[in-house]
Design a protein around this ligand. Structure first.
Ligand SMILES: [Zn+2]
Length: 397
């Protein structure tokens, strides 16, 4: 007998278990829930009745009987609440509103102009607040409303304090962005590193479930989000996954982090720029509105050899880092996201070639696939939903 069980906590956990079970099955019944979860029938009935009153669950008729009374079928109300997920990058903001099954019901993309990009955090904050207000206005009404905003940020994020210690390209130090946004819009805000959101977004894509995966976010820099045993791995201070700053060349290129020869100096947008120059191309961006990778890709697609060579070199260096991650973690799969993943045609064959001789034999069949372009924003919303509604702790402690 456990005398020190916290009864309200136990009730909360049981309720979250039942709710998650109903969410994860298209239809189910009280008897199925009791059988699979091991909770007794009376507890399940009590919780289900409560969930029906709260409009999380609907009764949708009778199922077939296996001898006794026909069971009443239950269905999860995916429109019971919503969360906003926002993928904030240096030059763009992508916003999504997702229901509690992590399905998007609204999306918006906004480019930040050159003036805003080079400028200060107030411009970024203004854009984030405006995008949030537009998303709030577009959210369908629901019994439980908007449960929160997940902000995916491309830098060093302190999840506990909601502060950003570093954002690439912006002179930001210890910016309390979570509290500032929450104060401006009156909705709870959660901050997370963008690669972590991408990993969680890829994990929740139903068709491709994995318990162990790495999401490689390759763009202006490289961040990696890690799912280990079905949970997000943040490390001691939330800094896990900074593979971009692991050394691949002891006397290599200087990195803004202070070290030399970091992986992201060989497999990011700035290294692509260098490879294009080395191959005899001219990577100066012609159109401010169009992304850098888009424009370089158009040249490669037009069969410009210098650009094709540059993308191939980039793919080889991406392959080296991805092989290192694969040998370290032995994941089910690797997802490649970020702006550079648009160049899949030119870089994926090189990544696979490198993987083939730089990973251990047993790791050679681990697939590298291109992530959904929306994984970061969807993952940001899905993390909010997991933490607020399902009482799940998504991270490894
Ligand atoms: Zn570095």
């Amino acid at each position: 007998m456990f005398h020190n069980v916290d009864a309200p906590a136990m009730r909360r956990i049981n309720k979250a278990t039942v709710l998650q079970f109903i969410r994860d099955h298209r239809t189910t019944s009280r008897i199925d829930i009791a059988q699979v979860t091991g909770l007794n029938k009376a507890t399940v009935s009590y919780i289900v009745d409560e969930l029906i009153t709260e409009q999380w669950v609907q009764e949708i008729g009778y199922g077939s009987s296996s001898g006794g009374r026909k069971p009443i079928l239950l269905r999860f109300n995916a429109s019971g609440a919503y969360a906003i997920g926002m993928d904030v990058q240096v030059n763009s903001i992508k916003t999504m509103v997702c229901n509690t099954r992590n399905e998007p019901v609204y999306r918006s993309q906004r480019s930040l102009s050159g003036e805003q990009r080079g400028a200060l955090q107030e411009h970024l904050m203004t854009a984030i607040v405006e995008e949030t207000r537009a998303a709030v206005a577009a959210t369908p009404s629901s019994p439980h409303g908007l449960v929160g905003i997940g902000l995916a940020l491309p830098g060093l994020v302190d999840v506990q304090t909601g502060s950003v210690h570093y954002l690439p390209g912006l002179p930001v130090r210890d910016w309390p962005i979570r509290d500032q946004l929450a104060q401006a819009v009156g909705i709870p805000v959660f901050c997370e590193n963008d690669a972590n959101c991408g990993a969680w977004g890829e994990l929740t894509r139903s068709a491709s479930h994995s318990d162990h995966l790495a999401f490689v976010n390759a763009g202006t820099g490289i961040g990696v989000g890690l799912i280990i045993a079905g949970q997000l791995y943040r490390g001691r201070q939330g800094l896990a996954g900074e593979f971009g700053h692991t050394t691949i060349m002891p006397l290599g290129q200087a990195c803004p982090c202070g070290n030399y020869g970091c992986w992201e100096e060989y497999a990011s947008e700035r290294s692509l720029r260098r490879y294009i120059i080395e191959a005899g191309g001219d990577p100066s961006v012609l159109n401010e509105e169009q992304g850098f990778v888009d424009q370089m890709l158009s040249e490669a697609q037009a069969d410009n050899r210098a650009y094709i060579r540059a993308f191939n070199t980039l793919g080889q260096y991406l392959g080296i880092g991805i092989a290192n991650i694969t040998n370290a973690l032995n994941p089910d799969r690797i997802s490649l996201g970020g702006t550079l993943s648009q160049a899949a045609t030119f870089i994926l064959p090189e990544i696979e070639r490198i993987m083939n001789y730089r990973t251990l034999t047993q790791n050679r069949n681990i697939p590298v696939s291109i992530a959904s372009a929306n994984s970061v924003a969807i993952g940001a919303a899905a993390l909010v939903i997991a933490q607020t509604l399902f009482d799940t702790r998504p991270t490894i402690p």
